[in-house]
Design a protein around this ligand. Structure first.
Ligand code: HEM
Length: 475
């Protein structure tokens, strides 16, 4: 193991070598970054086995690397080369606030799927302008209007469950949130168009059953409807035809903000933008907005149903709550604490990706043009110096406004950080709280498997099978 260089003073700005003694006091985040150029250990794991583990079990790789090397190390990754992986708050902060380290470049491999003109891929001025255009749709005041729809749909989906039936928590979440994402993107639709859009999005999502072909270009072959890529292309075309029909309808109608959602804004403020570019943003929002929440909810249900004390506390808290939308406004409830704790323990996006567009420096470390830095939520959120008993699901650490990490955004960032922080966070947080609260009130579940290993689900890491649950009797 390579330990840190001598200038590392214990507790100095949060960056410390792996071998630092346990008694090291955590430092304040306000301290300036390291003055000298640190050197970090190399995670010496190469070859296909290493790649397969990064792909399928990144948590295992990060856990072993953290135990051996601490919170910051180099590793080699396909298409990124030698990358610095870090969960050290000071380095994370220096990375996400450095304008020479950009976000969109790390998601370029998604261009065959998403095209080049979505928020997730754009950079610089184009990214800022698109964010400004989309932001009003995602603010708390705007997403609040989906509460009633979420609760109503959750009630209907949960009411259909029969005792003894086995369901996947992720699939329940997809069924519940599908109408909301469709409404957000396409605005108010008549019943037939709404069900058509829901069917298109659900089918599109199913075409991602095998995540490998997203990453391996040779698998992106159009071999008709029988090949995964061929199916995806066909489903994307179907979505584009639906978008075309909505754009034609928009042209014919008056422009009512509430009625037309994100699509109308893209169309109206597109400054001559071609339809192709509208397709790109829509598919990216539908894909990323829909499944991140579903997989996060699968982790949440897994953790909550593993510990009877947690479930009991939730039941007591929710016993007399009649207005769930008002209840979920609060960040101080035990329900909100469960959501945060689940996002801490199992962030579905294991790391952010920032790439240097010119030679720069991060916390005293020279970073060459083209080099990648990966601020890892998994590492930061399981850092034992910041989060006591980091591997335990303990919602009480966040309860009632407490929180060892609430005041430290660089140690808790399941939604990312800085200019590229997840635009959908307010919507996602509301939905997670609303669905958990409604299900605790309406249904009783038990886990089919007491332990679920993490597995890759497209770009995300979720619990195996999306957390299979057995439906019990109504509480
Ligand atoms: C629990 C659910 C969710 C999680 C954990 C999550 C997580 C993330 C993360 C980690 C990023 C990268 C941020 C960065 O690089 O700093 C991101 C970006 C993004 N997310 Fe989410 N997300 C969730 C839900 C949503 C929803 C509901 C939507 C939209 C409906 C959405 C849309 C986006 C978009 C468009 C970006 C790109 C932002 C940019 O580059 O400016 N996400 N998300």
């Amino acid at each position: 193991m390579v330990s840190g260089p001598p200038w590392f003073a214990p507790g100095h700005c949060g960056i410390k070598p792996a071998a630092m003694p346990e008694s090291t006091p955590p430092c304040a985040l306000g301290t300036p970054p390291a003055p000298a150029s640190p050197d970090f250990p190399e995670l010496k794991a190469r070859g296909l086995r290493h790649l397969a583990r990064w792909f399928y079990r990144p948590g295992e790789v990060l856990r072993a690397a953290q135990a051996r090397h601490g919170n910051t190390f180099y590793t080699r990754l396909p298409s990124l080369g030698r990358a610095l992986v870090t969960g050290e708050p000071a380095i994370v902060r220096a990375t996400v606030t450095n304008p020479d380290l950009v976000g969109g470049r790390g998601t370029r491999f998604l261009r065959p799927l998403l095209g080049e003109d979505s928020l997730i891929i754009l950079e610089g001025e184009a990214h800022r302008a698109r964010r400004k255009l989309l932001a009003p749709h995602f603010r708390n005041e705007a997403v609040r209007r989906f509460d009633a729809m979420t609760l109503q749909r959750a009630g209907a989906v949960l009411a259909r469950l029969r005792p003894g039936e086995v369901v996947s928590a992720a699939q329940l979440a997809r069924d519940i949130t599908l109408p909301v994402i469709v409404r957000l993107v396409f605005g108010k639709l008549d019943a037939a168009a709404q069900s058509e859009a829901e069917a298109i999005v659900a089918t599109l999502y199913h075409s991602f059953a095998n995540p490998l072909f997203l990453f391996l270009r040779p698998l992106q072959l159009r071999l008709g409807g029988l090949s995964p890529w061929g199916r995806l292309v066909a489903n994307r075309r179907r979505l584009n035809r639906f978008i075309d029909a909505r754009l034609d309808a928009l042209r014919a109608q008056c422009h009512d903000e509430d009625a037309h959602g994100v699509l109308a804004d893209l169309y109206r403020h597109g400054d001559g933008r071609k339809r192709r570019h509208i397709y790109h943003e829509v598919i990216s929002l539908l894909l990323f907005g829909h499944d991140t929440g579903a997989v996060s909810l699968a982790w949440l249900f897994y953790h909550v149903h593993r510990d009877p004390r947690v479930l009991g506390t939730l039941r007591t808290e929710l016993a007399d709550v009649s207005d769930l939308a008002a209840f979920c406004e609060s960040e101080r409830s035990f329900c909100a604490a469960c959501v945060r704790e689940s996002l801490r323990l199992d962030p579905v996006v294991m790391h952010l990706t920032r790439i240097a567009v010119r030679d720069t420096e991060v916390a005293g470390l020279p970073v060459a043009r083209g080099q990648a830095i990966l601020p890892s939520a998994w590492l930061a959120q399981r850092n034992p110096e910041i989060h006591a008993r980091p591997d335990e699901f303990d919602p009480w650490r966040f309860f009632d406004g407490q929180g060892d990490t609430l005041d430290n955004p660089y140690a808790f960032f399941p939604f990312g950080l800085g200019a590229r922080k997840c635009i959908g966070e307010p919507l996602a947080m509301r939905q997670l709280k609303l669905i958990l609260a409604r299900s605790v009130q309406d249904v009783s579940f038990e886990l089919v498997h007491p332990t679920l290993p993490p597995e890759r689900q497209m770009l995300l890491i979720g619990p195996r099978g999306g957390t299979p649950l057995r439906v019990g009797n109504r509480p």
